[in-house]
Design a protein around this ligand. Sequence first.
Ligand code: PLP
Length: 366
Amino acid sequence: HAQERVFNFAAGPAILPESVLLRAQSELYVWPGSGMSVMEMSHRGKEFKSIIEKAESDLRTLLQIPPEYSVLFLQGGATSQFAALPLNLCAAATDPVDYVVTGSWSDKAFKEAQKFCKPNVVWSGKAEKYTKIPPFGELKQNPDAKYLHICANETIHGVEFKNYPTPKNPNGVLVADMSSNFCSKPVDVSKFGVIYAGAQKNVGPSGVTIVIIRNDLIGHAQGLTPVMFDYKIHAENNSLYNTPPCYGIYMCGLVFEDLLEQGGLVEVEKKNQKKAEILYNAIDGSNGFYKSPVEKSVRSLMNVPFTLEKSELEGEFIKEAAKEKMVQLKGHRSVGGMRASIYNAMPLAGVQKLVAFMKDFQARHA
Ligand code: PLP
């Protein structure tokens, strides 16, 4: 292919596997046997039905999703789920729910929930600049909370849950925003009432939002819930109540196939651990030239924020890296510094190249 690709360290939309892009390219004009592109198909035709069913079945295999859970392919981004969750899981706007606030995304989820129920912050990492995950004993949970919400991986701050808290309410459920570490490692789905994720980091293009929900939680939405936010409507219609993001779902399906071909999420996690280890070792071994603000035990395998001791060199670092075809390394505007997002599709070679560049940059500027 004529045009050279860069290593894209963006937090999202992010890098997709090269093999997936090339396959999509080969099937773009005509999806085999259909005489048309996936973008031109009826979402109710047998071809698209086979595409969405295969995508769901491969995702179920990857995450070993138990049969009593539904998989929904929705739109509106993870941000829509910030509202859909309280609307569906709280029968009344007076219901209490708990939020662990470990970074910007869980904070946004908490703030949106304030419109639809009575959320309570059970722990906040704000005073420590969101560099930690709390010991679960420190969570001040409400024994009546309908759910306990976490963001499994904070994309901006780079903190990741390595295990999961249990709701104090025996009838409550754990809910997780897994947008930025979805399908990056095996997860015991049975521990959760709801898992949701925007696709655009690890599994596909933006426009697809995946919700995995235990069936008994479906069908209790507040009366004013818009039809597009009602899990029951989407579950009953197999995500085909209205026109779904067909092409995006097709792309997710190709990524799921690719992850299965790699040996599934156990193998994928091993690769992600190796990439992250190389990068964190480079940061920690730089005699303070580079620094990771995040507590070691909860460092994200997906999003690696780091700062330069000489912060005046940050612009130069980003400029020089871009010249070497490593792009999108600037940290989020709210935290500054650098951030390397190394999702599933980032090859080991990309991380090795970044680390070699970091060492060289340090040698020239130390
Ligand atoms: N949650 C997390 C952890 C994210 O990283 C993002 C986006 O980056 C969102 C939620 C919001 O997702 P969306 O842009 O799909 O609404």
